[in-house]
Design a protein around this ligand. Structure first.
Ligand code: AMP
Length: 213
């Protein structure tokens, strides 16, 4: 069964996905990461994507759906995917059900990490991700871990779209376009809302409780 981690930017979806990957043997499918990989290739397609991301805008459904389909149809990931950052609008939510249905796969859990705007701003502004091992740390909350990071401090980079203006734009887009999916999901019996404002470990424990049922 697959899992959807849902919530605003900075809710901790990526961080929690990494724990689920380790403990429950899953594969994290972050559409944001897949898009950033395209940007790194520096192709005209990648440049187009970079413009949208750095303005806090969404990349087209067509582009994201193509990337998504590649992973869903990969037998290695079959029924063991955590969707992180997808779906982001109601059309994507419907598309996900359609593709999964086409390949006889299901969504076992929809987990909504609920966090307020002021907390999101602090988390995103301090966020640093390692280019080598992909771990995410926060320069305000994890100073010591940053200094002692095993890959070396220099690999920890800030995302270009993690600046104040873009964060505000991304949050607005989330409220307008992504949050309406909650109406679609919250009625389903495999939907769970978790307070995403508490300590990382507490959130992980709650997610584990949900997944172990
Ligand atoms: P994330 O890493 O999930 O915060 O995503 C970073 C950026 O990638 C977003 O602000 C969007 O510009 C783009 N993006 C990621 N996932 C999607 C998606 N499912 N649909 C459209 N754009 C996306």
């Amino acid at each position: 069964m697959n899992i959807i981690l849902f919530g605003p930017p900075g809710a901790g979806k990526g961080t929690q996905a990494q724990f689920i990957v380790k403990k429950h043997n899953y594969f994290q499918l972050s559409t944001g990461d897949l898009l950033r990989d395209e940007v790194k290739l520096k192709t005209p397609f990648g440049e187009k994507i970079e413009k949208l991301i750095s303005n806090g805008k969404f990349v087209s459904d067509e582009t994201v759906n193509t990337l998504l389909r590649k992973s869903i149809t990969n037998l290695k990931f079959r029924d063991r995917i955590i969707f992180d950052g997808y779906p982001r609008n109601v059309e994507q939510a419907k598309n996900l059900e359609l593709i999964l249905g086409e390949f006889n796969q299901t969504i076992g859990h929809i987990i909504f990490l609920n966090v307020s705007k002021d907390i999101i701003e602090k988390r995103i502004m301090g966020r640093m991700t390692c280019d080598k091992c992909n771990i995410t740390l926060n320069e305000f909350f994890n100073k010591e871990q940053i200094d002692l990071h095993p890959c070396g401090k220099d690999f920890l980079k800030k995302r270009k779209d993690d600046n104040f203006d873009v964060v505000v734009a991304r949050y607005e887009t989330y409220m307008k376009t992504t949050q309406p999916i909650l109406d679609f999901y919250s009625k389903k019996e495999n939907f769970t809302e978790i307070d995403g404002a508490v300590e990382i470990e507490q959130i992980t424990n709650k997610i584990n409780d949900v997944l172990n049922v």
